[in-house]
Design a protein around this ligand. Structure first.
Ligand SMILES: *Cc1c(COP(=O)(O)O)cnc(C)c1O
Length: 222
């Protein structure tokens, strides 16, 4: 099946109120253009320099989503154009994003990444760390906007476990909404769900799914 066919087939399984981010990491410009010409406008990357190179080569109405672990010294590569950083996992990183956003005269939207899986290799905040981060920054960082939460489920066939993790993230979202963003309309996003688990994520309240291999095929890491 072509990328276009896989994209259209995937889109049919996603309700219209859920945003699809097509994860194009490691994939060539030509693949992204195929999806673009079929109407896809949101793409996800997990390396700052790779995303910046692609940004410069591709149409400017693409929305770029940064979904990987972001080092503070790489923020400058994406700050001029990134639409949403899904992976904020420290105060230091948020302060750096704010600083680079200010330099670029922009406000950058961010999600707080939570650690919800049972795998040591994954990044993210726990609930208390997130509250500490919010207490330290609320009203202070003028060039960032926290619009929701993000998380990655465990890589497993155990769908009950995955469902529990996504439900936990939804619970964190609600609690943070209540404690910090009660009347703030823009705090509304829950980024969860990838190729193997996005259907469960949508059932558990996801508003953004990040799907790569179902659209572009499997990735070769070399
Ligand atoms: C790679 C990646 C995805 C997409 O994974 P697929 O299984 O190919 O859909 C989603 N989210 C994050 C954070 C990723 O790194």
């Amino acid at each position: 099946m072509s990328i276009v066919d896989k994209l259209l087939e995937t889109k049919q399984t996603i309700p219209s109120n859920v945003k699809l981010v097509a994860v194009s990491k490691t994939k060539p410009i030509s693949d992204i253009l195929e999806a673009y010409h079929a109407g896809q406008r949101s793409f996800g990357e997990n390396k700052a320099q790779e995303m910046s190179e692609k940004y410069h080569l591709l149409p400017k109405d693409i929305e770029w989503h940064f979904i990987g672990h972001l080092q503070t010294n790489k923020v400058k590569y994406i700050a001029p154009f990134v639409n949403l950083i899904h992976s904020v996992d420290s105060l230091k990183l948020l302060q750096e994003i704010n600083k680079e956003a200010e330099k670029n005269n922009r406000i950058i939207d961010c999600l707080l990444q939570f650690y919800i899986a049972t795998e040591e290799t994954k990044f993210g905040l726990d609930y208390n760390e997130a509250e500490e981060l919010l207490k330290a920054t609320m009203g202070k960082l003028k060039n960032i906007r926290i619009i929701g939460v993000m998380g990655m489920g465990t890589f497993t066939e155990n769908t009950l476990l995955i469902r529990k993790e996504f439900s936990l993230l939804n619970g964190y979202f609600k609690q943070i909404k209540q404690n910090f963003f009660n009347d703030i309309e823009y705090f509304k996003e829950i980024s969860m769900g990838m190729t193997d688990d996005y259907r469960i994520a949508i059932e558990e309240g996801s508003t953004i799914v990040r799907i790569g291999s179902a659209i572009f095929g499997s990735r070769n890491y070399t």
